[in-house]
Design a protein around this ligand. Structure first.
Ligand SMILES: C[S@@+](CC[C@H](N)C(=O)[O-])C[C@H]1O[C@@H](n2cnc3c(N)ncnc32)[C@H](O)[C@@H]1O
Length: 217
């Protein structure tokens, strides 16, 4: 398969390089400007289909949404527009440099309904019972304690709230992390079930990612 320019972590590192030395503790590459360009670049749109994704989330004006592992806000800014000025978004990330980039983008886009949240690796640190929806995109495979994280994320949901996880399919793909860093759909679902979540529905229009909508049981 032909590899297109990488929107995510580096894969297929040349043999003389040492990828583990080129990433921080949370697997973000040290070359942040290059990484931000890959996360936010326009070539991502063709396969990420961000507008379709956000439309499938069914958010309404006035809703409160969170993004865990928000990065520089590719989805958080779109969530902010979907919930409108009466709504709110918590954009949580463990990496201060990501939140700095997010803040710059919020100012440039004149978006005032997003609160950046500096999280712990194992806890998004979101206000309890505050969110209609918590979204995770291409990030869950980074979380060191996935099951514990999902338990803590559930506490941030309002009654009836949902968690959505979108992450890369297993195996070698044209985009995304190398196979050993991924978490398969089935492995994620097992973890989510153990964390007390049930699969409500699944969307299948993304070419490289599973898209799972879950609710607390
Ligand atoms: C591949 S980026 C995805 C960013 C964004 N969701 C997107 O779709 O563009 C992964 C993000 O997860 C964050 N991250 C890694 N480990 C994390 C953790 N334990 N808790 C919260 N965020 C984490 C990284 O700092 C990075 O911003």
């Amino acid at each position: 398969m032909t590899k297109v320019s990488q929107p995510h972590e580096n894969q297929h590192e040349p043999k003389h390089r040492h990828p583990e030395r080129e990433h921080d503790l949370h697997r973000n590459p040290h070359d942040l400007p290059d990484y931000l360009q890959r996360l936010e670049g326009s070539e991502r749109e063709a396969w990420q289909k961000p507008d379709e994704v956000v439309s499938e989330l069914g958010l309404r004006p006035g809703n409160v949404a969170a993004e865990a592992g928000a990065g520089p806000g590719y989805f958080s800014l779109r969530l902010a527009r979907a919930v409108g000025p009466e709504g709110h978004v918590f954009a949580a990330d463990v990496e201060p440099r990501m939140l700095e980039a997010l803040c710059e983008r919020l100012v440039a886009a004149r978006i005032g309904n997003v609160t950046p949240v500096l999280s712990l690796a194992g806890d998004p640190l979101l206000p309890p019972s505050s969110c209609d929806l918590a979204l995770i995109v291409n990030s869950f495979h980074h979380f060191p304690d996935g099951k514990g994280y999902l338990r803590r994320l559930q506490r941030a949901l309002k009654p009836g709230g949902r968690i959505v996880n979108i992450d890369f399919f297993e195996g070698e793909l044209a985009v995304g992390p190398s196979p050993e860093h991924k978490l398969s759909r089935d492995a994620f679902l097992r973890m989510a079930t153990e964390a007390g979540l049930a699969l409500e529905s699944e969307k299948t229009f993304l070419p490289y990612q599973y898209f799972l909508i879950l609710r607390p049981r």
